[in-house]
Design a protein around this ligand. Structure first.
Ligand SMILES: Nc1ncnc2c1ncn2[C@@H]1O[C@H](COP(=O)(O)OP(=O)(O)OP(=O)(O)O)[C@@H](O)[C@H]1O
Ligand SMILES: [Mg+2]
Length: 489
C-alpha cells in the first residue's frame, strides 16, 4: 500500500497547523513523524486517518484519490490510527470495545476468539471481560491495535504510543510493529518524541516544524542528527545536578498500601526539602500507588504519612493540598484537565482561597503562565484544542508556586526534548527554594538524570538506591525487571 499526501492545508483560526504538506509513504516501512510540540503532527495524522478533514489537498492511496468522511471510512480503505489519548469506552469491557466497528453479525463468542488469536500473535495480554477502565494505558493501546488489525487496517498510525507505558510493554509493542511491517508489509507511522525509540524502530523519518514539512531522512541517523533536523540546532545532553538538601518534610512511616493491582508492604522513608526522588518500575508495580497514597487518593492500609510533623494519614486530598502537597496526574485529559474548559477556567478552578471566582486575577495569572511555560495557545482556548505537549505544559503551569512537596506522575509525558528540559528547569528552580519532588517516569534516563534518590518497584517490592549518581540506565533497566537480589550483592 502506498499513500501519497498532496498539498495538505489545515487552519484552526489563526494557526496554520498544516501548511502545504506533501509526502509519499511506502508500504512495509516504519516511518517516524518528528517535530516539536505544536508542529502539526497529530493534525496531519488525524487528517490521514479521517478524524478531521483537511481544508485543501488530496490523499492518494495506491495512486487513487480517496475522499473519506470519518475514521470508519478511512479504516475501510485500510488506514487506522491509535490516538494520542486512547478513545476506548471505559465502562465497556475489552471484548465490547473490540466489537466496536466490527461487522454487526459478529457474535461475542467470535469476537472473543478473534481477540484472543490476534493478542496471542503479538504477546498482548488482554482479558476479554475486564472493563477497559481497569486496563493500564499500555493495555488500552494493545486493545486498540488488536481492534484495528481485526478491521483489516494496512496502515497503522500511532501517536506517541510509548509515553504512558512501561519498558516491558514497549518491547512487546515494538516487536509487534516490526513483525507487522516486515512480515505483512504494513505501513507504520510512529509519532514520537523519544528519539531512542525512533532510532531503534524506524526505517525513515519525516520532520515537521510550525506546520511545514522541513525534513525527510532515511535511517540510520544519530540522536544529534535528529535533534538538528527538528530544532535546527544542537541540544547538549542534560548534566546531573544536586541542590541543597534540608530537613525531612514528608515522612512515610511503615506505609502499607493495598491497591487493586498491587500491595506495597511497610515502606518507610523521609523525603527531605530540596530532594528529588525518582520512582522507577514497570507500570503498576507500586510507584503510582505510593504517589497516590501520599496525596490521599488511595487509603493506606497501615502506617503513617506526615508532612512537617503533622499527621495526614486520614486527611482528604483537599486537606493535604492545603497542607502543602501538590499533585499532577499522568492521565492528562482523564484526570488532570477538563475538556471543554479554557485555560483561564482551569486557572480559576485552582484558586480555592475564596468562595467566589476572581476572573480578572485568573485571566492575568493565565497570561503570565502562558508566557512563562511557553504554551502555544491563548487563555480563552479550550484545553483540548492545544497540542498534547502544550496540554502537558498547562498541567505543569497549574501547579502551585511553592508547595512543600510536589508529587508528579510522568511530568514530561509527551513533551519534546527541548520542552522537557525546560519544564525540569522550572521544577529545579522550585527545588532550589526547598520544594521536594517525587516523580515517576517510564524514561529511565530522566530518572537517572534528575533524581537524588531512586526507589525501584517490582510487583510491590521496592529497592532504594540511596545515591542516584551511582545509578545507570542499564542497571535500572535490570532492577525494574525484579533483579533486586543481584543488586544487593
Ligand atoms: N481542534 C483544534 N482547534 C484549535 N486549534 C487546534 C486544534 N487542533 C490542533 N490545533 C492547533 O494546531 C497546532 C498543531 O497541533 P498538533 O496537535 O497537530 O501538534 P503536535 O505536533 O501533535 O504537537 P504535540 O507534540 O504537542 O502533540 C497547535 O497550535 C494546536 O493548538
Ligand atoms: Mg500531538
Amino acid at each position: 500500500m502506498e499513500i501519497e499526501l498532496q498539498h495538505i492545508h489545515k487552519r484552526f483560526g489563526r494557526v496554520h497547523a498544516n501548511n502545504d504538506i506533501s509526502m509519499k509513504l511506502r508500504g512495509g516501512r516504519i516511518i517516524g513523524v518528528l517535530g516539536e510540540n505544536g508542529a502539526g503532527k497529530s493534525t496531519l495524522m488525524k487528517i490521514l486517518s479521517g478524524y478531521q478533514p483537511a481544508d485543501s489537498g488530496a490523499i492518494l492511496i495506491d495512486g487513487r484519490e480517496v475522499d473519506y468522511h470519518g475514521p470508519q471510512a478511512a479504516i475501510a480503505v485500510g488506514v487506522g490510527m491509535l490516538q494520542q489519548d486512547p478513545l476506548d469506552v471505559p465502562a465497556f469491557t475489552v471484548v465490547e470495545n473490540f466489537l466496536y466497528g466490527q461487522p454487526p453479525a459478529m457474535t461475542r463468542r467470535e469476537a472473543r476468539a478473534k481477540l484472543a488469536q490476534i493478542s496471542r500473535e503479538f504477546g498482548f495480554e488482554l482479558d476479554p471481560e475486564t472493563p477497559s477502565a481497569r486496563l493500564s494505558i499500555g493495555q488500552r493501546q494493545q486493545l486498540e491495535i488488536v481492534r484495528l488489525l481485526a478491521l483489516g487496517v494496512r496502515t497503522l498510525i500511532l501517536d506517541e504510543p510509548t509515553t504512558g507505558i512501561s519498558a516491558q510493554q514497549k518491547t512487546i509493542l515494538f516487536d509487534a510493529l516490526q513483525a507487522l511491517s516486515r512480515e505483512q508489509g504494513m505501513t507504520v507511522l510512529l509519532v514520537s518524541h523519544k528519539l531512542e525509540d525512533v532510532i531503534a524502530l524506524c526505517d525513515e523519518v519525516v520532520v515537521l516544524r510550525a506546520g511545514r514539512l522541513v525534513g525527510d531522512k532515511m535511517m540510520p541517523a544519530t540522536k544529534a542528527e535528529l535533534v538538528q533536523l527538528m530544532f535546527g540546532q544542537e541540544i547538549a545532553p542534560q548534566e546531573r545536578s544536586s541542590g541543597h538538601i534540608g530537613d525531612a518534610v514528608l515522612e512515610l512511616d511503615s506505609v502499607t498500601i493495598q491497591d487493586r493491582r498491587v500491595r506495597v508492604e511497610s515502606l518507610s522513608m523521609n523525603v527531605r526539602a530540596g530532594e528529588v526522588i525518582g520512582l522507577a518500575g514497570l507500570d503498576g508495580s507500586g510507584q503510582e500507588a505510593l504517589m497516590r497514597a501520599c496525596v490521599g487518593l488511595i487509603n493506606v492500609a497501615g502506617g503513617r504519612v506526615r508532612l512537617n510533623g503533622r499527621d495526614l494519614t486520614r486527611q482528604s486530598y483537599r486537606d493535604r493540598m492545603h497542607a502543602g502537597l501538590a499533585f499532577s496526574a499522568a492521565g492528562r485529559l482523564e484526570e488532570g484537565l477538563v475538556a471543554g474548559l479554557t485555560l483561564t477556567e482551569h486557572m480559576a478552578l485552582m484558586d480555592n482561597s475564596r468562595a467566589m471566582i476572581d476572573w480578572p486575577a485568573a485571566r492575568q495569572l493565565s497570561g503570565k503562565q502562558i508566557e512563562r511555560y511557553n504554551v502555544r495557545g491563548r487563555a480563552e482556548d479550550r484545553i483540548e484544542t492545544l497540542s498534547g505537549g502544550n496540554q502537558q505544559r498547562w498541567l505543569m503551569a497549574l501547579l502551585p508556586e511553592q508547595p512543600r512537596v510536589m508529587i508528579l506522575e510522568q511530568p514530561t509525558r509527551g513533551l519534546d526534548i527541548d520542552s522537557a528540559r525546560w519544564v525540569w528547569q522550572l521544577l529545579l528552580d522550585r527545588r532550589a527554594h526547598g520544594t521536594a519532588i517525587i516523580f515517576n517516569s517510564p524514561d529511565l534516563d530522566e530518572i537517572v538524570t534528575y533524581s537524588d534518590r531512586i526507589i525501584v518497584f517490582f510487583a510491590g517490592r521496592f529497592h532504594v538506591i540511596e545515591d542516584a549518581s551511582t545509578a545507570t540506565v542499564d542497571a535500572l533497566g535490570h532492577l525494574i525487571g525484579g533483579n533486586f537480589e543481584e543488586a544487593a550483592r
